[in-house]
Design a protein around this ligand. Sequence first.
Ligand SMILES: *Cc1c(COP(=O)(O)O)cnc(C)c1O
Length: 391
Amino acid sequence: MTSALMANYGHPELQFARGQGVYLYTADGERYVDFTMGIAVNCLGHCHPHLIAALKRQADTLWHTSNLFSNEPTETLAKRLVELTFADRVFFANSGTEAVECGFKMMRRYHYHHGRKQRVRIISLTQSFHGRTLAPVAACLNPLHTEGFLVGDAGFDQVPFGDLDALRAAISDRTAGIILEPVQGEGGIRTVSVEYLQAVRQICDEHGILLMFDEVQSGIGRTGYLFAHEALGVAPDLLASAKGLGGGFPIGACLSREHVAEVMTAGTHGSTFGGNPLATSVANAVLDVLTEPGFLTQVNQRAGQLRAGIDALSEQYPGILAGHTGLGLMVGLRCAGSNADLLKAMATHKLLAVKAGGNSVRLLPPLNISAAEVDESLALLASACADLASL
Ligand SMILES: *Cc1c(COP(=O)(O)O)cnc(C)c1O
């Protein structure tokens, strides 16, 4: 099959024609269990009826006005996000990288507004991932993403994950803020410790600098909490959300406390599509389901079931699996062998997952997966392990 697409994603062999719940189907009707969920995007599985209804209703009503005018679904979504979180204000974008970019601009503008024009530098952690536009790429310093793209350091400093001394040493009178993922995604499903996060919060407060969490992947119920930082008990000043927020419809959001949001006066920032009513209607429907009583409890129950199954398989196949990391249904499968080999063996048994750093495999099932579907998936994982063990 020749493709007119650029080669930046390689050339994926698998093509899917439709999806339903946890399953993806090829045009030939071959069924796969999808633990990629579009990289933690389809948080309620494929083609959830409540999301379809919201999208169809909005499609018949109003598609787009730009931010020249306000619209009801977008105002409602912002109010709901404020009510459900630490935040006082919301800016809507279309993707994770744009939500992060907005936060970077706000960190600088905050200090500029208060007459501290030299405070422009932003600190990130090693193995982080914040997106693919230029500022997030400069923040993450992943050589695969920076080569041939970067001009200077673009105002970013990086310190080792979990190292408080290095963080303290990196702070200067030019530092504007710190960005981190409470649970790193691409970097290999690594959770920061509560002690570390509390200390980072304290350091930020001492220096009058801002703390931003990137919860593009860890947010929207993925960890069994609406946002992962709730599990860790530390609140940020700014937060980037995207991925699961639209359940498959592109949307991003930068959430902020008032003292930072107040500097974003008329004309400072914008997005033509941001706050598009099709996107915000679907996101409202996602929140309808996520905030149903008991929904997040069930996420934690399925996570416990999946993780217990992985523990058992790790004991049975110590040469292949080495336990799990992460929180809730943001599961890192630690590989004792190669993660590429495990992914391939899983795909042979029609179980799809995502590669991650630290020689791990990311399992990102839909949040509404059933107990029977978790068992089915564990059986497929067991078959993949058995294949590898017999080599
Ligand atoms: C995916 C991701 C991003 C980038 O989101 P896009 O929608 O691809 O721009 C940023 N941060 C984290 C933690 C992510 O997982």
